[in-house]
Design a protein around this ligand. Structure first.
Ligand code: SF4
Length: 294
């Protein structure tokens, strides 16, 4: 597309797109019913059982913690959605070993109608688990080191492969994610901070969605050295907003410190129950800039 825009010029490119779109509209939308049915069959719900218990036995405190953070409501009575964190503290975001993947595939087969989903946030989901099976699923995940309880918390970081693996990168993403997760390893501190989405990209291609992070980090090349721009206030949710750059960039350790300063400022000025993103939207960039740059 970039080449086409370059060759045609932006205006001519836009004109041709409009022309093509107008042509498609004339084709009508009255597709054959068989085609609708063929597509709909891919989205048919699995054969849910009825009459299942809606209760979850929360007598094991560690299991109850996992349920509170990792399990979401399901539209079918008696079922739940189990999110599997691939964000152990100090690990590579989204990484999973072959043995762990085998186990998760077995769990999907046994407990989730053979269905497993990968999310853009680099976690996995068992989408249809009977509530009465959650404890068995959690035990198996726990034994395999897959029962972290940090969904949407500060250590649930999205990071692209960055300079460690990507030939387009300007800077490494993974070590920054690891250092940040280690800095905020304390689970009580994470829970106190609440929902906080950090997203890291190793270059402007933005595979880590840094521009949509409550806190975004973008790796850039600064005269041959890795440098990191810090961004605040992005959201990729229904209330979408692009993040804004705070100011001059940092080296690897510097950006970790800068993130911590921004988060500490959030703690100082937040109102009860207010998320980082909502505090930023209420008070604006200035108090954060002051904390970050002094
Ligand atoms: S954002 Fe850049 S460095 Fe990261 S995976 Fe995409 S192209 Fe590679």
């Amino acid at each position: 597309m970039k080449i086409l825009v370059h060759e045609l010029g932006a205006e001519e490119f836009a004109r041709q797109v409009e022309e093509e779109f107008a042509h498609f509209v004339t084709l009508g939308t009255d597709f054959p019913q068989a085609e609708y049915d063929r597509i709909a069959a891919y989205f048919a719900p699995p054969p849910f059982e009825t009459g299942l218990s809606g209760e979850i036995d929360r007598s094991d405190p560690a299991f109850a913690l996992w349920v509170d953070r990792q399990v979401a409501a399901h539209k079918a009575p008696g079922y739940a959605i189990a999110n599997i964190s691939l964000k152990p503290i100090g690990g590579i975001p989204g990484d999973i070993s072959a043995e762990q993947m085998d186990l998760v595939a077995d769990l999907a087969e046994r407990y989730s109608f053979d269905e497993l989903r990968a999310t853009h946030a680099q976690n996995l989901v068992l989408p249809h688990v009977r509530k009465s099976d959650l404890y068995a699923v959690w035990q198996a995940l726990d034994e395999a080191g897959l029962a972290d309880v940090n969904l949407d918390l500060v250590s649930d970081i999205i990071a692209c492969p960055g300079l460690d693996y990507c030939s387009l990168a300007n800077a490494r993403s993974i070590p920054v994610a690891q250092k940040l997760a280690e800095r905020f390893a304390d689970i009580d501190r994470q829970r106190d901070l609440g929902e906080l989405k950090i997203k890291i990209s190793g270059c402007i291609n933005a595979c880590g969605h840094h521009h949509a992070g409550h806190i975004g980090i973008l790796g850039v090349d600064r005269k041959g050295t890795e440098n990191y721009q810090l961004l605040l206030g992005g959201s990729g949710a229904e209330d979408t907003t692009p993040a804004k750059i705070t100011g001059p960039g940092f080296d690897e350790d510097g950006v970790v410190d800068a993130v911590e300063r921004a988060i500490e400022r959030y703690r100082a000025v937040r109102e009860p129950g207010e998320r980082f993103l909502d505090t930023y939207r209420r008070v604006g960039m200035e108090p954060f800039k002051e904390a970050i740059y002094g």
